[in-house]
Design a binder for this molecule. Structure first.
Ligand code: IPM
Ligand code: MG
Length: 387
């Protein structure tokens, strides 16, 4: 721990404040999102990740290869392997994302990324930042979109989690003093507006009637209060389209997500970073476990698609990695296809994933009594008639 004196702490805080002011100014120079339908060549980077990452990402890659067979032949889409985003290489270099890996990521349009291990304070090694958090910031992937469906319960939710601000923005830049530590939470108008607008635009495009804003603005007055105010302002623009906006505090929202009387009522949910992190794990569990939950991280220039969960090192040490559920990464691959315009293939994969969830012959248990990752993937590829 690097203990700072009061004077150094103040200087550190001043530096952070200056950086944040500059960042928010830079965000005002908005760039239009890439229109993939106009691109003649699309590069899809593939990072395998750590732990079970290799196994489940390889399966998701097979699904992509099958779905893009013609596009790969005509070179409209190229799958580009990106090596080096591994915990061993990251620890060796002492950085969240080695610079050659970052360059390779930036040379792609979209990325499929397997789960990566995040070291924790006290692990003994260098306490480097999470690769996800660094990638979201470096590529300005401000929108974390996490769909959850349980058709038999009428659940069809899409979470829009703000992905770069909140507690995460300065999560590795807190201050340790002799007897206390301070972390920071950052919320800007522009950062809130772009994610909230995306949630409302999604509701409009998919004919949904409700957008739920989740905060703790009764207690966290400045940052959550700002998020809530921005949401109220934007909501008025969408009332003419029949879209209703309601606001819930994160604690009661956690309860209502598991309330059978309420579950089916929620549709689009927009929330700051940390609440989104927590509630989307809960939602993934409601869907059938985190192994089923995929995630999109979207910016204007890049997008990255991944599982909601981590690298499950315990499954590897137990020798069960081949029984890991690849559904999360296959769902991520479907979201990638949707993002670059292959809507029909994406829908076919989504449907197959939903059917697989109740198909006993490919039930995944994470153990040898269940299907392997590759058996489930064979079934999905066959069902979607992708090849
Ligand atoms: C997620 C993960 C990450 C996060 C971790 C790995 C840093 O939990 O994508 O939800 O907290 O955002
Ligand atoms: Mg999480």
């Amino acid at each position: 721990m690097n203990i700072l004196s009061e004077t150094t702490s103040l200087a550190h805080f001043k530096r952070l404040l200056d950086q944040q002011i500059d960042r928010v100014h830079a965000l005002k120079n908005t760039v239009n999102p890439i229109d993939f339908s106009k691109k003649t060549a699309i590069r899809v980077g593939i990072c395998m990740g750590d732990g079970i990452g290799d196994i489940i990402t390889e399966q998701a890659q097979r699904v992509l290869e099958a779905a893009l067979i013609h596009e790969r032949a005509t070179k409209r889409v190229t799958l580009v392997p990106i090596h080096g985003l591994t915990i061993a290489n990251r620890l060796r270099q002492g950085v969240a994302i080695p610079s050659d890996v970052l360059d390779a990521l930036k040379a792609c349009d979209v990325i499929l990324k397997g789960p990566t291990t995040t070291p924790q304070k006290g692990d003994g090694g260098p306490n480097i930042e999470s690769a996800n958090v660094a990638m979201r910031r470096e590529l300005d992937l401000f929108a974390c979109v996490r769909p959850i469906q349980v058709p038999q319960k009428g659940i069809d939710w899409v979470f829009f989690r703000e992905n770069t601000e909140g507690e995460y923005m300065l999560g590795s830049s807190g201050i340790d003093m002799a007897e206390l530590s301070i972390d920071f939470k950052v919320t800007s108008d522009i950062g809130s507006e772009r994610i909230i607008r995306m949630a409302f635009e999604h509701a409009k495009a998919t004919h949904r009637k409700r957008v739920t804003v989740v905060t703790k603005s009764n207690v966290i007055k400045a940052t959550d209060g700002r998020f809530s105010e921005v949401a109220r302002r934007i909501a008025t623009e969408y009332t003419p389209f029949g879209i209703h906006c309601d606001e819930w505090y994160v604690d009661i929202m956690a309860a209502k997500l598991i309330d059978p009387q309420r579950q089916a009522d929620f549709e689009v949910i927009v929330l700051p970073n940390l609440y989104g992190d927590i509630l989307t794990d809960q939602a993934g569990q409601i869907q059938g476990g985190l192994g089923t939950a995929g995630s999109a991280n979207i910016g204007t220039q890049y997008a990255m698609f991944e599982a909601v969960h981590g690298s499950a090192p315990r499954m590897v040490t137990d020798g069960r990695a081949h029984y890991a559920n690849p559904s999360s990464m296959i769902k991520a691959a479907a979201m990638l296809l949707q993002h670059i315009g292959y809507t029909a293939s994406a829908a076919a994969i989504d449907q197959a994933l939903l059917r697989a969830a109740s198909e006993p012959s490919v039930a995944i248990t994470g153990r040898p009594d269940g299907a392997t990752a590759s058996e489930l993937t064979d079934w999905i590829i066959h069902q979607t008639q992708l090849n």
